[in-house]
Ligand binder design. Structure first.
Ligand SMILES: Nc1nc2c(c(=O)[nH]1)N[C@H]1C(S)=C(S)[C@@H](COP(=O)(O)O)O[C@H]1N2
Ligand SMILES: [Mo]
Length: 315
């Protein structure tokens, strides 16, 4: 289960197809937890009648594991993207993290000591067959989705479903940022080469086709245009570049990657809408949506390493 959470975290941060095996591994580990459920629940039923004080904790753990599994499977099938105010991915991640926390508490209350005799050949074979069964279930599931024509059958390797070509990417905030309404005529972006007007960025003549893939579970491949980031940096030296939003939201990138990043003023040739980051947003190909800083107002280069930031945005 710990492995399932770890692989889930990696899958969440992932943007390139080379790491898609992590997502597959996450699916197989999740199914392994599912295969173990009937067996574990009979142990739990006995435990439940014996220990009065920690029963509710165990019950909450069981509920969060079930919600994690059900939402995970729902994500894969793609039949339902939301439940109430939450996206299915938010439910899956939230329940998964709750299950992890409750497992830690459960373990502290009833520690299980691993004995040398547990590491037998027999148990190794058991673990291998468990993963085998889960792997077969995964492959079988993929086939079933294909046959049933489920929306989940053509999801991206990240698990995200596609936004229709004629629709704008849905205005999406990371935690509690709010859409900014900014006057493009007076807005400037502070950069190492001075203050840049939106007009100048708009006339950069650079265009990229890139996939915006939100951890919320959707993606959209679109054409973005504006000015490549390296062009506005001149020959400044340093280790990393920070791209900041008027809201305070920011992300740090390796300076050598500046030529792959785009300051975009347009989406499919049209000026951006406020919800999508107007008048200027970052386009970060092969990175998950949370790297695509909207409403950019500042670009700074310094000597800190690129990893000098929270792994996921904090604001
Ligand atoms: N300033 C700022 N930029 C942001 C965000 C945010 O909350 N604030 N959300 C990010 C996330 S999580 C995603 S998926 C994309 C969504 O882009 P869109 O709203 O154009 O679809 O913007 C990113 N850029
Ligand atoms: Mo996102």
């Amino acid at each position: 289960m710990i492995l399932a959470v770890l692989s889930g975290f990696v899958a969440f941060s992932l943007g390139t197809a080379s790491g898609s095996w992590v997502v597959t591994a996450h699916g197989i580990l999740g199914l392994a937890v599912l295969v173990l459920t009937p067996w574990k629940s009979s142990i739990a039923r006995r435990g439940f009648s014996r220990h009065g004080s920690t029963r509710w904790l165990s019950a909450a753990l069981a509920v969060s594991v079930v919600i994690t599994l059900v939402s995970g499977i729902t994500l894969i099938t793609g039949f339902l993207d939301r439940f109430g105010p939450f996206t299915m991915m938010q439910i899956h991640v939230g329940a998964g993290l709750t299950a992890l926390t409750l497992t830690a508490v459960h373990y502290l209350q009833r520690p299980v000591t691993v004995r040398a005799t547990d590491l037998t050949r027999r148990n190794a074979i058991r673990a291998a067959s468990l993963l085998g069964v889960a792997g077969l279930a995964y492959v079988g599931g993929e086939w079933a989705l294909e046959l049933a024509g489920a929306p989940g059958a053509n999801r991206r390797f990240t698990g995200s479903h596609q936004i229709e070509d004629d629709e704008l990417p849905p205005a999406t905030q990371w935690l509690n940022d709010t859409v900014q309404i900014i006057d493009p005529d007076t807005h400037v972006v502070a950069s190492p080469t001075g203050e840049l007007s939106i007009d100048v960025i708009d006339q950069g003549g650079d265009t990229v086709r890139a996939t915006l893939d939100c951890t919320g579970g959707w993606y959209a491949t679109r054409e973005w245009s504006g000015t490549r980031l390296d062009r506005v940096l001149g020959n400044v030296s340093g280790e990393s570049v920070v791209v900041r939003s008027v809201t305070g939201y920011w992300r740090r990138f390796p300076l050598q990657q500046a030529s792959e990043l785009l300051l975009a003023t347009r989406l499919e040739g049209e000026f951006l809408r406020s919800g999508n980051g107007a008048p200027v947003r970052l386009v970060a190909p092969d990175r998950r949506g949370f790297w695509w800083v909207k409403w950019v107002d500042m670009i700074e280069v310094d000597n800190r390493p690129p990893w000098w930031q929270p792994p996921l945005p904090m604001a």
